[in-house]
Design a protein around this ligand. Structure first.
Ligand code: PBG
Length: 318
């Protein structure tokens, strides 16, 4: 009788195959210019745009709860965007300022900076637009400048998410040549062209103004290609790799875990979070129960690291 193993909670706990630990979690945070700003948007409930001063308070709360890793995204007004995303490598941009403020106060917090340009280009693409598509090599130069800029500000990890070929190689080279051998790279290796990014694009203001991201982000029909992306990223020097989104891609997480030995992150993205959040508010089910089922499934599939907007709630739920 296999049901004997489910007889009571203590026995179920004894035989449970996976556990979640607060150490596994990364909380994504959005930082905007200005002061004393904590702003919510309709499609992304209970996730906020913070000005640097308020972000620092939020990081303190997270750290006190045991969430020590954060992933930063910068938000800028349209007037600061241009065709070459120059804001992304501006020395005192909002991500750099936030990093310095955080590092000054909490040296045990792991600061990861997303490296992409979609939030800083006028057209909203993740690279430099040229001759009817996003030009790979021109984009590499910008991504390298941006990654180096964040490294100088003191981030522990840069996380390139633009899905350009050879972005890891270009960034590793730029970091090493400038004395940042110890800055890690977490590559968004298998990042799919997904419909689950909606709330994120609303909060950042980074939807492409024309065309879409299918010429650089992965086609969701493919899994072998994800293994190839990961293989190349590891060869180019990625310290950690990522699958994104997580929920519809648990098979991809599992397959990468079986084939490679570097730390693997699963990104439980904005749409996955918001659909549960909004349905729960309507009384469809209990948010905590559904969220935990999702987070455990990502761990069970093989992720070592879980990036999730629920990271802040997990300490209260475990
Ligand atoms: C930037 C980026 C995106 C996300 C993370 N980095 C959006 C996109 O590719 O359009 C999405 C994260 C989420 O939905 O939570 N390229």
């Amino acid at each position: 009788m296999i049901r004997r193993l489910r007889k009571n909670k203590s026995i179920r706990d004894l035989v449970a195959e996976v556990e979640l630990s607060l150490d596994d979690f990364v909380m994504p945070l959005f930082v905007i210019e200005g002061e004393n700003i904590v702003q919510e948007i309709e499609t992304f409930p209970e996730v906020y745009r913070y000005s640097v001063d308020r972000l620092v308070e939020e990081v303190r709360v997270l750290r006190d709860k045991g969430i020590k890793s954060i992933l930063l995204f910068g938000i800028v007004e349209d007037s600061k965007k241009d065709d070459i995303a120059s804001y992304s490598y501006k020395e005192d941009n909002v991500v750099c300022r936030a990093t310095k403020e955080i590092k000054d106060r909490f040296d045990d917090v792991v600061v990861i900076a997303d490296v992409c340009v979609c939030g800083y280009t006028t057209h909203g693409h993740c690279g430099i637009w040229s001759e009817d598509w996003v030009d790979n090599n021109k984009t590499l130069d910008i991504l390298s400048l941006s990654a180096l800029n964040y490294a100088k500000a003191g981030v522990d990890v840069v996380a390139p998410s633009a899905m350009m070929d050879h972005q890891v190689k270009a960034i590793r080279k730029a970091l090493d040549e400038n004395g940042f051998e110890r800055t890690l790279i977490m590559s968004y290796s298998a990042k799919y062209s997904s419909n689950f990014y909606g709330p994120f694009r609303d909060i950042v203001g980074s939807s492409p103004k024309f065309s879409d991201r299918r010429t650089y982000q992965m086609d969701y029909r493919n899994i072998r290609q994800a293994l190839e992306e990961v293989k190349r990223d590891i060869e180019e020097g990625a310290d950690m790799v990522m699958v994104k989104p997580a929920l519809s891609y648990l098979d991809v997480i599992r397959e990468i875990r079986r084939n490679f030995n570097v730390p693997l992150a699963g990104y439980n993205v904005s749409g996955e979070y918001s659909m549960v959040k909004i349905a729960s508010k309507k009384g469809m089910f209990n948010e905590k129960d559904v969220a935990m089922e999702i987070l455990y499934s990502i761990k069970r599939a093989g992720a070592d690291i879980i990036i999730s907007y629920w990271a802040k709630d997990v300490p209260d739920w475990l």
